[in-house]
Design a protein around this ligand. Structure first.
Ligand code: AMP
Ligand code: ZN
Length: 129
């Protein structure tokens, strides 16, 4: 299997490492949206949220909090947007969580919106039946 992020974990491809422990690696995104945009990846090769165990999820949450504190103290970010793509829109097929520090001048907007949105009642009906 030729997985880019597994190769980063093995040290075969360089990365700008921010934090590492026995379960995860955190490194700077090569194409950052803002200063300090980083990715948390598990050391085990999994692809989507469906494969994340409860213990890994809670560990990632603790690392998110640690990185939030670091980014606030060291880069003076004003907030943190956390995004995680699954399948569609997922460029790298190794589970990763984007931590995107927010700044007052970052001009970030939720830019995507589906055409022909259904009525909310219709969506709720589909979800519940
Ligand atoms: P996604 O679209 O959620 O799969 O995001 C993949 C992310 O990985 C993108 O933001 C890329 O910029 C980032 N990326 C791809 N290759 C590397 C790399 N070698 N080092 C760091 N980040 C990378
Ligand atoms: Zn992998």
């Amino acid at each position: 299997m030729d997985c880019l992020f597994c190769r980063i974990i093995k040290g075969e491809i360089p990365s700008n490492k921010v934090y590492e422990d026995d379960k995860v690696l955190v490194f700077l995104d090569i194409n950052p949206n803002t200063n300090g945009h980083m990715l948390i990846i598990p050391k085990e090769h999994i692809v989507t949220v469906d494969e994340v165990s409860s213990s890994l999820a809670s560990h990632i949450l603790e690392v998110e909090k640690k990185m939030h504190k670091l980014l606030t103290e060291k880069l003076n970010c004003k907030g943190l947007t956390i995004v995680q793509n699954n399948n569609y829109g997922q460029e790298v097929k190794h589970y990763h969580v984007h931590l995107i520090p927010r700044y007052t001048d970052d001009c970030w907007k939720m830019a995507f919106r589906q055409d022909n949105l259904l009525d909310v009642k219709e969506v709720l009906d589909k979800l519940n039946n």
